[in-house]
Design a protein around this ligand. Structure first.
Ligand SMILES: NC(=O)c1ccc[n+]([C@@H]2O[C@H](COP(=O)([O-])OP(=O)(O)OC[C@H]3O[C@@H](n4cnc5c(N)ncnc54)[C@H](OP(=O)(O)O)[C@@H]3O)[C@@H](O)[C@H]2O)c1
Length: 282
């Protein structure tokens, strides 16, 4: 099985890189911006023509949520324009695409514990969310064999994330937002589940009737950023006083949804976020 991985050095991409490199049935071509700039259609086309990937996993993207408000064109090019090129080339070459999207495509107006279903209509509040939604639309329009996996609040090695930021702060007291709800997700759990469901199954001949389209996949259960921070310090036995604050007291360039819980109605559930976090910090 020939797999082209895009964004291999990113937080999620590095998890796919290490796991797929260990699978004997997989011939992996793992790339990042240095060896394959996905903004270049001709570079992508050449790669498809010489490697003929059966599966493309796209972990590349413009992920700086606040910065995107000031660099809309750059974010749009990477999260939508490049995705359109990838979708077209996948269609031409009969490759399946596994692409990642985000909880930030939703406006967050639902009341927790309600969450967003795969079939709910996005209504992004931020430029990042808007560009990721455009990317999803291109996949659904340009190709027939695409899996879009929406996930949320990622953390893991090899990337900037909330867990490492909290632990790197070196403070005794901290204010953290307590009215935005979501599901922290460990990149290792996400990569394992996606490989088991979408790659290993394909290596074994594939499902009889593949169900392409949108999936929601996060660690189970949900919390606020405040509850997440408290748990991080508790697990690391750090004595930090965390104060809950409303989001109006923590202004950011990009608006975030107040509730971005993703309901997963199609795939086996992942373990809960507390156990996953304990594993990461252990
Ligand atoms: N992080 C989250 O909390 C979160 C939440 C929900 C969904 N997601 C989605 O999950 C996916 C992975 O996120 P992540 O946090 O792992 O991202 P990340 O750590 O920011 O990695 C993004 C990757 O994209 C690569 N890239 C950037 N521009 C490129 C280009 N022109 N050509 C080729 N590669 C390029 C980067 O390479 P360089 O470093 O070389 O530029 C980097 O390896 C994204 O689609 C994101 O939208 C993330």
């Amino acid at each position: 099985m020939k797999i082209l991985l895009l964004g291999k050095n990113g937080m999620l991409g590095s998890q796919f890189d290490s796991r797929l490199s260990d699978l004997p049935e997989v011939e992996l071509l793992a790339t990042d911006s240095d060896d394959l700039d996905i903004l270049s259609f001709s570079a992508l086309k050449k790669t498809f023509e010489f490697f003929l990937p059966e599966i493309v996993i796209n972990c590349a993207g413009y992920t700086a949520v606040d910065e995107a408000e000031f660099k809309k064109k750059d974010a749009m090019k990477l999260n939508a324009g490049a995705v359109k090129s990838i979708a077209r080339l996948c269609n031409e070459h009969g490759s399946r695409l596994i692409h990642f999207s985000t909880d930030y495509v939703f406006d967050g107006r639902k009341e927790p514990p309600d969450g967003y279903l795969e079939s709910d209509m996005p209504n992004p509040l931020s430029t990042y969310g808007e560009t990721k939604f455009k990317g999803e639309e291109f996949i659904l329009k340009e190709m027939t064999r695409g899996y879009i996996v929406r996930t949320s609040w990622l953390y893991g090695p090899d990337g900037r994330n909330f867990v490492d930021t909290m632990l790197g702060l070196d403070r005794d007291e901290l204010n953290v937002v307590n009215n935005q709800f979501g599901s922290p997700t460990y990149t290792a759990d996400l990569a394992d589940a996606v490989i088991n469901r979408f790659v290993v199954e394909e290596v074994d001949g594939g499902p009889e009737t593949p169900d392409y389209g949108i999936y929601h996949l996060t660690n189970d259960d949900f919390c606020t950023w405040y509850e997440f921070a408290v748990k991080i310090f508790e697990l690391k036995e750090k004595r930090v006083k965390v104060h809950p604050i409303p989001s109006k007291e923590y202004r950011t360039a990009a608006l975030r949804p107040m509730n971005s819980i993703l309901k997963n109605t199609k795939l086996p559930k992942l373990r809960n976020w507390q156990d996953a976090l304990e594993d990461y910090l252990g």
